[in-house]
Design a protein. Structure first.
Ligand code: URP
Ligand code: ZN
Ligand code: ZN
Length: 484
């Protein structure tokens, strides 16, 4: 007799699809089989039973360096995530210059604890890599279960230089942490932005012109080179160009510990969305920017070919009002508009409907991209699959349900969705975190605070040997012993 049985569903993991009951006790998957009985039973006949999604790129209760606050806190952000089929998320804890790392993590703990309805962790954004931060606070953060760090190569108040990047990669490598990077060339963006503004080209669509594809390609190339030199794992987040993805694929073929992520906006939107009348285009502004149909096609091919390990929302919610996108008024230039768009509830339905149902990717790829690979990369060792002993983090989907996307159905604290009006087929109906229902039959049944902080383990680098550059290889450098 189990606490809960999910009966009669079709289970899919990153490797298999099979029919079985799931027996759940004490929040964990206790058995897979048939004919199970439980104190509580969910009838999943005709449904797909998938690992709960792990949303590994989202901005929740986060101030930007210029002071703007995202509209979602840990309550609304986690609820929206759960309605979108996620049972765990890993938002960012953002260090700003002058802040300590420990102070940053304490601040985000106070924001998340008691609020989240699903399990959570943080990636630590490092904007001020002082000696204390690098050598005392990062190891302490690692001990606390924060095993991934994000750095920026652009944004004046956040960016680090190449030397600092190498220092962070080195510390991360030593502790088994994963560094994530926002890779765009800052100088190219500043130069293009100034040219555009001086010419009077200030409407939202100019955001796309001010972030040329070349700026991403150059920065990804540089970031990968730095990671190779340090022989450290690196994930390039929100890759928006096929050329950038080519660099990720090349580095992976060489054995380097390089990983890539892309996001729905780059597969489903184009710069024509930025070119709407008035300020409407501001709703579609994110960095890197959305581009064109050829870009979408190229990124889909990379998704199919396995270049990307994770597919994340980059949910960065700023309302279309004076608290968000219009904080600098209705005449603001594209440079003064907050970057980012919402999508935490739509990441999985978009990829399921337009990826799995159309046959572009397999159900196994879907599970790997949305849950299993994130668990491995981010040290969520209890999550990401359906197997005996793992947390019962499960999403039960109706693969045939058809819905039109509407902003009011997102359960977030936003006033628009960039995907308004799309018809999608296949939706999550019930989501469990550690065996407890969070969303059930389209209704929220969890209490804020039901989620728990997850202390994460080191990155699993099995199958990624790394590369040692000749200058650091004693066999090729006259036996000189220098290792980062
Ligand atoms: O435009 C975006 N993506 N805003 C969120 C911050 C980031 O760079 O990921
Ligand atoms: Zn970014
Ligand atoms: Zn982001």
């Amino acid at each position: 007799m189990f606490d809960l049985v999910i009966r009669g569903g079709k289970i899919a993991t990153a490797t298999d699809t099979f029919n079985a009951d799931i027996g759940i006790s004490d929040g964990r998957i206790a058995a897979l089989g048939t004919g199970f009985d439980g104190a509580d039973v969910i009838n999943a006949t005709g449904k797909l039973v998938l690992p709960g999604g792990i949303e590994a790129h989202c901005h929740i209760a986060q101030e930007s360096a210029t002071g703007g606050m995202t509209s979602d806190d840990y309550r609304s952000g986690s609820i929206s995530a759960a309605f979108g089929g996620n049972s765990c998320f890993v938002p960012f804890a953002a260090q700003h210059r002058g802040m300590g790392v420990t102070e940053t993590l304490d601040l985000y703990d106070s924001r998340a604890t008691g609020s989240s309805v699903i399990d959570w962790g943080y990636h630590l954004i490092i904007a001020d890599p002082t000696e204390t931060a690098l050598h005392d606070e990062l190891p302490a953060a690692f001990e606390r279960g924060i095993t991934s760090f994000k750095v920026f190569m652009t944004y004046d108040l956040m960016k680090i230089d190449d030397r600092q990047f190498l220092d962070i990669l080195t510390v991360a490598r030593r502790y088994g942490a994963l560094t994530m990077v926002h890779a765009e060339n800052s100088g190219m963006i500043a130069w293009m932005s100034d040219l555009l503004v001086k010419g009077g080209h200030t409407a939202p669509r100019n955001h796309a012109l001010s972030h040329p594809a070349l700026a991403e390609v150059e920065a990804i190339n540089r970031a990968i080179s730095l990671a190779k030199l340090a022989d450290a794992p690196l994930l390039i987040v929100h890759v928006s160009t096929p050329e950038g993805a080519d660099l990720v694929a090349d580095a992976r073929r060489q054995g380097a510990k390089i990983f890539g992520e892309t996001c729905p906006q780059y597969l489903f939107l184009t710069r024509d969305d930025l070119d709407l009348p008035g300020m409407e285009g501001a709703k579609f502004m994110c960095s890197p920017p959305v581009r064109d149909m050829a870009t979408q096609d190229g990124l889909w091919r990379h998704l199919q070919a396995g270049t990307f390990s994770v597919f994340s929302s980059d949910h960065a919610p700023y309302r279309f009002d004076e608290t968000g996108k219009l904080a600098n008024g209705p005449e603001a230039s594209f440079k003064q508009i907050a970057n980012g768009m919402p999508g935490i509830a739509l990441r999985l339905p978009l990829l399921f409907s337009e990826g799995v149902r159309t046959g572009r990717i397999t159900l196994q790829q879907f599970v790997a991209l949305t849950a299993t690979n994130a668990a491995k990369l981010y040290g969520l060792t209890q999550k990401g699959s359906i197997a005996v002993g793992l947390d019962a983090d499960i999403a039960i989907w109706d693969p045939e349900e058809v819905r039109i996307v509407r902003a009011e159905d997102q359960h977030d604290n936003m006033d628009y969705t960039p995907f308004e009006g799309r018809e999608l087929t296949g939706w999550p109906q019930t989501v469990l975190t550690r065996g407890a229902r969070v969303v059930d039959g389209g209704k929220l049944v969890a209490q804020p605070g039901q989620g728990r902080f997850v202390k994460r383990a080191r990155i699993d680098l099995t199958g990624h040997p790394g590369v040692i550059v000749p200058e650091l290889d004693p066999a090729q450098n006259w036996g000189t012993e220098v290792r980062p």
